[in-house]
Design a protein around this ligand. Structure first.
Ligand code: SF4
Ligand code: SF4
Length: 95
């Protein structure tokens, strides 16, 4: 467990450094037709009592926020892909 935590930490730090050096390479696309979070709430499913727990919680660097719609701060995003895996609706893509 500790080894996994350390490995995840090293990966996040590595990706942060990479993104700092090569900023603009990482592009994350949210397909708002697939994303169930619209107008500040979950509209299409009743997952987690309408909270749509997923992408925002999966992001270790706080790059995603649920506002009126889900928004990404590409300056913070390190391209780890955790949000892509966490989204049950296939609404996020790294390009
Ligand atoms: S997990 Fe997917 S469907 Fe849910 S808010 Fe994030 S992008 Fe939208
Ligand atoms: S790819 Fe997704 S989870 Fe990873 S840093 Fe970027 S926004 Fe956060």
């Amino acid at each position: 467990m500790l080894k996994n935590d350390l490995a995840s930490h090293i990966l996040v730090v590595g990706l942060l450094v990479f993104n700092e050096l090569y900023f603009n390479i990482i592009m994350l696309k949210i397909d708002y037709t697939k994303c169930c979070w619209k107008d500040g709430k979950c509209q299409q499913c009743s997952c987690q009592s309408g909270q749509c727990v997923g992408c925002v919680e999966a992001c270790a660097v706080g790059a995603l926020k649920r506002r009126t719609k889900v928004e990404v701060d590409l300056k913070k995003c390190i391209g780890c892909g955790a949000c892509v895996l966490a989204c049950k609706h296939g609404a996020i893509e790294l390009i």
